[in-house]
Design a protein around this ligand. Sequence first.
Ligand SMILES: NC(=O)c1ccc[n+]([C@@H]2O[C@H](COP(=O)([O-])OP(=O)(O)OC[C@H]3O[C@@H](n4cnc5c(N)ncnc54)[C@H](OP(=O)(O)O)[C@@H]3O)[C@@H](O)[C@H]2O)c1
Length: 292
Amino acid sequence: MSIVLFGKNGQLGRHISKNLDHRENFYSFDSSEVNFHNLNEIESCLLKYKPKLIINAAAYTKVDLAEEEIETAFKINTDAVAKIARLSKEIDACLVHYSTDYVFDGKKNDPYNELDQTGPLGIYGKSKILGEKKILDSECEYYIFRTSWVISEFGDNFLLKMLDLFKKNSPLKIIDDQYGVPTDAKFLADNSLKLVNNVETRNNIINLVPSGSTSWYNLAVYLYKKVKNFSKDSKLSRDNILPISSVDYKTLAKRPRNSILSNEKFKSLIKEAVPSWETNVDNVLNRIYKNF
Ligand SMILES: NC(=O)c1ccc[n+]([C@@H]2O[C@H](COP(=O)([O-])OP(=O)(O)OC[C@H]3O[C@@H](n4cnc5c(N)ncnc54)[C@H](OP(=O)(O)O)[C@@H]3O)[C@@H](O)[C@H]2O)c1
């Protein structure tokens, strides 16, 4: 069975590649090989390889910049996804796609499940929910995995930013009133592929996150405590990590106060114990510091 992966160099794409690189008929692409700005490139690629499985790990993920690069965000997260979904239907492929906690407005007091009303606050979330809708409209076979706060040893993410900032002793003001679930890109890759192997779980939107939840501030403190024991680079004093409220920390994009995703459906489908977000963070640190 032939498999095509888009976005092979992203946080998630790299971990999916690690799982599938050994397989025959696995073809993976970065943006220099198949660029979503040019929908014809998507079409040529899919008609050439005629995969049975299309994994879309590519996305426009710059939440703040999306407020300015509106057209680009919709092109990559909506138009390109619509094209992939139409072609999936045409060539009878199953489309594996990833979406975000930022499709919600954050006003709910409990974790969001898959049936909850969406209502994105920013352009990124709007472009992603429209992408989801295009998949459903296309009537192709699909999986949509919604996830949140993706962290890994690669790319641009909160964990790597913190490790860098811990090397300086300047005050760090971290938002304490936004809640979510930090998710290791490897956990996301491994578990989405496990579910994809079971045809019975197809045509579902599934929240794919570890268990528990935290705020950005508590995540920073958790990381600090873990890292200070073994990293000589860490110069920051604990007193210099300060909680700050969203209203005092202006960003271009509005973010949901609560973007905690419930993983109850995922747990019932995977039929295995699901680790906590703390274990996800430890696993990323283990890969960075080689068994700290
Ligand atoms: N990061 C998060 O915190 C987060 C949270 C919730 C949901 N998600 C979702 O999870 C999925 C994976 O996210 P991630 O963190 O792995 O993303 P990422 O690290 O930002 O990677 C995204 C990839 O998309 C590719 N891409 C961007 N523009 C493209 C274009 N014009 N043509 C083709 N490819 C293009 C990039 O390819 P090149 O590197 O080759 O340019 C990049 O490697 C996405 O669907 C995202 O929306 C992420």
